[in-house]
Design a protein around this ligand. Structure first.
Ligand code: DP6
Length: 382
């Protein structure tokens, strides 16, 4: 009998995770919030896209599907402390502390995030929020913290919602956290749970949706377990083109329609490589995606070159090294000059030697960050 219930529960769990939630499912239906004061802490990772999200429509919906590796070491740790307001003030009340210092300049971003999500969490107006946040990677590293930062905050807000609705399922908790994070920064919805995350509807990925990220629904080949990502810091400055400006370059871009179609095809191809372990195909799709992202920026109006001479030197060295050694290393790029080197754990020794001997000379102050595939966000206590 017990066994029967176990299977029934397991079946219900699998069924629940396959349900695609719709926009209205995320609208909060509770009433007055009963919580007076509480705090929650979440750590959320950064992620690196293999198939790139580039181009969006309102409200922060992707023009094409994307897939990413979740990182393990580069993350944001956030503590959210809330106090119920004792007045009828209907404005949001927020203070943001970064590394222990009050940051007025971070406030507008949080306020516009709250504005976007208040429909889904109306209780945001009932509290004063103190947000204390810290990144494990240096501020001046050229690594964007919006994905990990928005994901950590969305998870804290979901903990607050869960405290008011104890019947919430964990499936709903994570889906809504990803949904809210997406409204803060698109790629943040891929920083919530699981090692490999798909965001954006694609006909061959079960459960995929534009509204939130989902764990890659197939088993990844053992070659990808603990896959490495070494980030070469070519340019530690802030982004030359902000994400919002960058995405808007895809509106009326002459190659947009073709690019969006290609992203669907590349997602289907990379799904195959991730499940079969075909590293040659994986490498060629990942590098082509990175170069396509940059070529979209080079051919938009206005146009930009976001690589630096040292980015190209590194790419050439990687190609030379791969030809000589046949080791499965490849690069990918964000919308900037830094280079992410992706490779399986079993070649780590050789690759780190190569980086130390031949690539650090192209990095600002010889700096690089070693990271690898991580499991997703987690709650912690302080
Ligand atoms: C090049 O998620 O930073 O890193 O939705 O405007 O916040 P917003 O953009 P953002 O864009 C990330 C773009 C990218 C590719 C990717 O991560 O898929």
């Amino acid at each position: 009998m017990r066994k029967y219930y176990y299977f029934l529960n397991l079946k219900m769990l699998i069924f629940a995770s396959k349900i695609i939630l719709k926009l209205n499912d995320f609208i909060y239906s509770g009433h007055e919030s009963p919580i007076e004061s509480v705090s929650f802490s979440w750590s959320a990772p950064s992620n690196i896209a293999l198939i790139k999200y580039w181009g969006k429509k309102e409200p922060q919906l992707p023009a094409n599907p994307s897939i990413s590796f979740t990182l393990n070491n580069c993350k944001t740790e956030t503590t959210l402390s809330v106090e119920k307001k004792n007045n009828d003030d209907t404005n949001f009340s927020v203070e943001v502390f970064v590394d222990g210092k009050l940051k007025e300049d971070f406030k507008p971003k949080i306020l516009s995030f709250f504005e976007r999500i208040v429909l889904y969490q109306p209780f945001l107006k009932e509290y004063h929020f103190k947000i204390e946040t810290h990144n494990t990677f240096p501020h001046s590293s050229g690594i964007a913290s919006s994905a990990s930062g928005m994901a950590a905050l969305a998870l804290c807000l979901m903990s607050l919602e869960e405290a008011q609705n104890l019947e919430m399922t964990s499936d709903f908790f994570y889906k809504k956290a990803s949904f809210l994070a997406r409204l803060g920064s698109g790629s943040a919805c891929r920083s919530v749970e699981s090692e490999v995350v798909v965001w954006g509807k694609n006909k061959s990925i079960k459960g995929s949706t534009d509204l939130y990220g989902i764990p890659f629904p197939y088993k990844i080949h053992p070659k990808f377990i603990n896959y490495q990502d070494t980030i070469l810091l070519v340019d530690k400055g802030t982004k030359q083109v902000s994400s919002s400006v960058g995405h808007s370059l895809m509106d009326n871009h002459p190659f947009a329609v073709h690019r969006f179609r290609q992203a669907h095809q590349n997602l289907e191809k990379i799904t195959e490589s991730l499940t079969t372990g075909n590293l040659d195909d994986f490498i060629s799709i990942v590098e082509s995606e990175a170069l396509t992202l940059h070529s979209m920026m080079m051919t938009s109006q206005p146009y930009f070159i976001l690589m630096k001479p040292n980015t190209l030197k590194i790419i050439e060295k990687v190609w030379e090294f791969r030809k000589e050694t046949s080791l499965p290393i490849c690069f990918t790029l964000d919308a900037g000059a830094n280079v992410h080197l992706l490779y399986p754990e079993f070649v780590k020794g050789e690759i780190i030697n190569f980086i130390e001997n031949e690539l650090t000379q192209f990095c600002e102050n010889n700096s690089y960050i070693c990271d690898s595939l991580g499991l997703g966000a987690y709650q912690f206590s302080i």
